[in-house]
Design a protein around this ligand. Structure first.
Ligand code: HEM
Length: 474
């Protein structure tokens, strides 16, 4: 609620000048949305306003305010109101876009399926999938061909998610040609376009990208229907699984948790697709950005290699989950990568009630874009903030005069809707990096172009082509 001390209203907030009716729409380069909003923050401060058509959007970059907002979900804030219908129009009724009681029920189920116990059981399968990635990179190294690592890593993360969450080994890593990733990759750019549209144009007419998406959604539905049919058959053959489901799909198909209502077919489909989407781009692009930094900073690559070698030895592969805990420097590189290149640099929210944010009265239903990258790039929050310095994450206490504000580092979000896949993602990253560092050296290709950022709901590298060289056996 707005307090008596609130002195300002939305009209008092500064921001970029726009046009009548269109607002700042024409200034929003959607593929660089995070950078546009960050530049405006440099000009207008950590709390400012712009207009999407006639709708005001409040942008928050102050880490303290971001924390307060994210932690006050689901009561005071929700995901942006357009997210649920945009996802629903694509058939995605899952935990990421759900609100209220539906969200609570789906969240319990998802968090359970991704918990430490399931991860431990899953570890041998994770290693099997990582060995396939190693084989793929071995072949590329032998052929001396340039590797589009982002594409390879997307195959890896989809194979991991389908194994873990649906008990199905898609094995896209060992397939050539068309794989489900080519359909999944159509979804995020259109989510980005549609949630930032001034009206739901796609319900009235379809642009070529919307038509291509529709075709991909048909292919995705066919694949997911296959997972569900196989899951149902497994449950029918092994009724005892209903009491002890081994993965998310079985859990959704079997008994609801703690007296929850059963999942509808659309919720099952929506959550399967949500898991594929949430687990794919995010983890793959984080690893792709890490490889980019390893190439730019050979000294970091060498230190990662030394650490990985000491932990995994000549096997080149983690032998037990607990060993992931010993990869402290690799974890530091992961954190530094996510500080400089978080794959979710914008969180799209909305107020559920009249609230006060930083002394400004914000009415119910106001769009709030929270920037998660901007704070991490400020020298007041991290010393030498523009520089890649993994060591900053190893210090037990920040060096005198060198700020290290953990609140300005929220790559997985925070509060009750914090990413439930964080642990899985960190284990995937460490397993892949331990293998990569001990077995290969990565470098630029002969014709490398500058690597740039592209935002399409997640933020990914463009032009990241990599040369893999096998390291001599120790
Ligand atoms: C490096 C990898 C990853 C990053 C950086 C990441 C980041 C995020 C972020 C920023 C959010 C929104 C959090 C918020 O609103 O506070 C989120 C939500 C979510 N993530 Fe992740 N994620 C990653 C990997 C994964 C994986 C591997 C999975 C599962 C396979 C996953 C599943 C989800 C789900 C289901 C949500 C929605 C949670 C909810 O709304 O309650 N994520 N993630």
């Amino acid at each position: 609620m707005a307090s008596a001390a609130t002195t300002r209203t939305l009209t008092d907030l500064s921001g970029p000048k726009g046009l009548p009716l269109l607002g700042n729409l024409l200034q929003l380069d959607l593929k660089q949305l995070h950078r546009v909003l960050e530049r405006w923050s440099d000009e207008f401060g950590t709390l400012y306003k712009f207009e999407l058509g006639r709708r005001p959007v409040v942008v928050v970059t102050d880490p303290e305010l971001n924390q307060t907002i994210l932690r006050n979900r689901p009561k005071l804030y929700r995901r942006l109101g357009t997210i649920e219908p945009v996802f629903k129009d694509m058939g995605i009724t899952g935990v990421f876009s759900a609100e209220g009681e539906d969200w609570k029920r789906q969240r319990r189920m998802t968090a359970h399926a991704l918990d430490a116990q399931h991860l431990r059981q899953f570890f041998p399968t994770l290693i099997k999938v990582t060995q396939r990635l190693r084989n793929r990179w071995n072949t590329a190294a032998a052929r001396e061909s340039a590797v589009d690592v982002q594409q390879d890593l997307m195959r890896y993360t989809v194979d991991v998610t389908t194994n873990l969450a649906f008990g199905y080994d898609m094995n896209t890593l060992e397939k050539a040609g068309d794989v489900i990733q080519e359909h999944l990759e159509k979804i995020f750019p259109l989510i980005n376009r549609r949630i930032n549209a001034v009206f739901p144009y796609w319900r009235h007419f379809k642009l070529p990208a919307d038509r291509a998406l529709d075709q991909s959604l048909v292919a995705i539905r066919e694949t997911i229907t296959g997972f569900v049919t196989r899951g149902r058959a497994r449950l029918a053959a092994h009724p005892e699984l209903a009491a002890h489901p081994t993965n998310l799909l079985e859990a959704m198909l079997a008994a609801p948790l703690e007296g929850d209502a059963a999942f509808t077919d659309e919720e099952i489909y929506g959550n399967v697709l949500t898991m594929l989407l949430a687990g794919e781009d995010t983890t793959a692009n984080t690893m792709a950005w890490m490889i980019h930094f390893m190439i730019e900073h050979p000294e970091a690559q060498a230190r990662m290699r030394a650490e990985a070698g000491a932990v995994v030895g000549s096997a080149g592969m983690l032998s037990q989950l607990a060993d992931a805990e010993r990869l402290n420097y690799i974890e530091a590189v992961t954190n530094e990568t996510m500080r400089l290149k978080p794959v979710a640099p914008i969180l799209f929210l909305e107020s559920n009630e009249d609230v006060e944010i930083g002394g400004v009265a914000v009415p119910k239903g106001t769009a709030l874009f929270l920037l998660t990258l901007h704070g991490g790039l400020q020298d007041i929050h991290f010393g030498a903030a523009d520089q890649f310095r993994p060591e900053r994450w190893l210090a037990t206490a920040p060096a005198a005069g060198c700020p290290h504000n953990a609140k300005a580092f929220i790559p997985f979000g925070t509060g009750p809707r914090f990413c439930p896949g964080r642990q899985l993602a960190m284990v995937e990253i460490k397993t892949v990096m331990a293998m990569l560092c001990t077995e290969f050296e990565v470098a630029k290709t002969e014709h490398s172009q500058p690597v740039t950022e592209v935002f399409s709901f997640t933020m990914m590298p463009e032009n990241l082509l990599v040369r893999f060289q096998r390291r001599p056996a120790a």
